[in-house]
Design a protein around this ligand. Structure first.
Ligand SMILES: Nc1ncnc2c1ncn2[C@@H]1O[C@H](COP(=O)(O)OP(=O)(O)O)[C@@H](O)[C@H]1O
Ligand SMILES: [Mg+2]
Length: 282
């Protein structure tokens, strides 16, 4: 009697699983597809595969000589993979010219600082901004409190970027007169001036003390929160654990692990690769 087959049971539809969103919802931004890169007899990258998703901070780690910088170089058009392909927003970019890749929205900093030492901080940034035609400024950058209007973006963006990276007020200083840490930050500002969708940082905390490293990690999170996806090469594993969403580990040109920071930290292969640098070192 009380059985009212269809009316009484409003919905038997399977419940959506709200917490199961991540995997399906993530949009690939950059795909490294089976990339091998040889320099003569040296296999710097050996069938490397990984995907970078929009909005994440992906760590690329591994001992010296693992192929991290080579990976950046392949992604930014410095080298063409011997085999395999790299795709950005679905389109193949491997083999394309560097400026085209920059224009598509990939920016990088270098392991060794590459500023124009005699130019001011502002000029260094403007060089970055002028390196290609203007496209859309990551909208969120403009939503920062200091931002007022979008026009006159060249100069204004430069000022704002200096502010964003924490060295506001250094506009007219020659780059070579800035403290080392500020130079590293200026490099990041210059890369951001190309209005990238993807920012690749090659050991941005090299030479930093622990406090400076922590500050830098906060900056990286802040940049990601403006809508820029970040690929971070870093040698300090503890640091990477604290800031990344996922981590890819290279060793001798091969990917040996990939996963969440916790997964990677617990992986014996990673420990072996980092012998002497345990992931949970105090
Ligand atoms: N231009 C090059 N010519 C020859 N070998 C290179 C070149 N660039 C990198 N390599 C070699 O490729 C390997 C990976 O180097 P790299 O990508 O710089 O490592 P990582 O950044 O992880 O320390 C190393 O053995 C390095 O000597
Ligand atoms: Mg390197």
């Amino acid at each position: 009697m009380s059985e009212q087959p269809s009316l009484d049971k409003p919905s038997d539809a399977p419940e959506p699983t709200p917490s199961a969103a991540p995997a399906g919802d993530r949009k690939p931004l950059l795909e490294v597809d089976n990339v091998t890169l040889r320099f003569g007899g040296v296999v710097a990258l050996n069938q490397v595969n990984f995907t970078l998703y929009e909005g994440e901070i992906l760590g690329l780690i591994g001992p010296n000589g693992a192929g991290k910088t080579t990976c950046f170089n392949a992604m930014t058009g410095v080298y063409t993979p011997t085999e395999g392909a790299i795709r950005f927003q679905g389109g193949k970019i491997s083999g394309q010219q560097r400026f085209k890749i920059t224009k598509m929205g990939i920016a990088r900093t270098f392991q060794n600082i590459r500023l124009f030492p005699e130019m001011t901080a502002l000029e260094n940034i403007q060089v970055g901004a002028d390196a290609h035609h203007r496209t859309s400024v990551p909208g969120a950058l403009l939503r920062l409190p200091r931002h007022r209007r979008e026009e006159k973006d060249g100069l204004k963006l430069a000022h704002d970027l200096l502010e964003l990276v924490g060295i506001g007020g250094t506009e007219h200083e020659a780059a070579r007169n800035l403290p080392y840490g500020s130079q590293r930050r200026l490099e990041i500002a210059r890369a951001l001036a190309t209005r990238p969708k993807l920012l690749c940082l090659d050991e941005p905390a090299a030479g930093f003390n622990p406090a400076e490293k922590q500050d830098l990690m906060q900056l990286i999170k802040k940049i990601r929160d403006t809508g820029v996806t970040v690929l971070l090469i870093e040698h300090d594993m503890r640091l990477v654990m604290g800031v990344t969403d996922r981590i890819v580990v290279l060793e001798f040109g091969r990917k040996i692990a990939e996963g969440s920071p916790a997964e990677v930290a617990a992986d014996p292969k990673v420990h072996a690769a980092y012998l002497g640098v345990p992931a949970d070192a105090a």
